[in-house]
Design a protein around this ligand. Structure first.
Ligand code: SF4
Ligand code: SF4
Length: 258
């Protein structure tokens, strides 16, 4: 037996309560078989699945990630959140490609509560695909440690990525769902990640007014009364709030490219 045939992938699925989970439930009740190593997390809507869930799962050892929701236009909510899940997964796929991860390790599908057999078929097909790809990094030909640091880089930039792509992430292309396949381009993602901004405080201009420190959403600004402030680059999520908050008469914060 080859070592590959013994490979048991770690696959995580995030599935919506109303349809895909119903399909998974019916699959179980009907005793349709699919690999037991697939772990499922039930959420109220597939739109709850986030870029952070995808990339942190890969960071923590997942070999494959699955998102499952209601069929398009069958969302339980008027928000039609599955369109947002689709956009997010397409963006995640391009980000994976950018860092060298095979995007086939990520899949989104629609399954209704009456489609137990469809759920089993998708799980079997996807798990076979991930088994063929092997452990994360193998089909990519990249050392896991290198891949991990690339994934961590994306995790750190998720707030920036979500802010930059918020319009596309909220799109509901109900007339043309296949347009999501081309919604994000390689060039666009290359540019996005090459233009990551960096924010710095000019110590000669900072008046220690603490305005930026109070507004930073992640406590990335260090300072105090009568103390020149500085930005912890490890914590900064590149939101730009401090730049807008620093009074123009001080103009102590500048934005540069990383
Ligand atoms: S850019 Fe955002 S996260 Fe970074 S220091 Fe400024 S306010 Fe904080
Ligand atoms: S808002 Fe501007 S002047 Fe005030 S502490 Fe922050 S960087 Fe310094």
């Amino acid at each position: 037996m080859s070592s590959d045939s013994r490979f048991t992938p770690k696959i995580l699925g995030i599935i919506c309560n109303w349809c895909c989970y119903g399909g998974a439930d019916l699959c179980g009740v009907s005793r349709f078989q699919y690999p037991p190593y697939i772990r499922l997390i039930r959420v109220m809507c597939s739109a709850r699945a986030d870029l952070r869930h995808i990339f942190e799962a890969f960071l923590n050892g997942a070999d494959g990630m699955f998102v499952g929701g209601c069929h398009l236009d069958d969302c339980h909510y008027i928000t039609h959140g599955n369109y947002e899940a689709l956009s997010m997964v397409r963006l995640a796929g391009k980000l994976l490609e950018h860092i060298g991860v095979n995007p086939k390790r990520l899949r989104i599908e629609w399954v209704s509560a009456g489609e137990g057999i469809r759920f089993a078929n998708i799980m079997n097909e996807f798990s076979s695909e991930v088994e063929r790809l092997g452990p994360l990094g193998k089909s990519e030909g990249i050392e896991l440690s290198e891949l991990t640091s690339r994934i961590q880089m994306v995790v750190n930039l998720i707030p920036y990525i979500k802010m930059s792509k918020r319009d596309k992430l909220a799109l509901h292309l109900r007339d043309n769902p296949t347009a999501y396949d081309e919604l994000y381009t390689k060039e666009e993602i290359d540019q996005l990640l090459s233009e990551v901004p960096s924010f710095e405080i000019d110590k000669d201009k900072c008046q220690a007014c603490m305005i930026c420190l109070k507004k930073c959403p992640v406590d990335a600004i260090v300072g105090g009364k009568k103390q020149v402030h500085f930005i912890s680059q490890d914590k900064c999520i590149k939101c730009g709030t401090c730049l807008a908050a620093c009074p123009p008469r001080f103009g102590a914060i500048r934005q540069t490219s990383a």
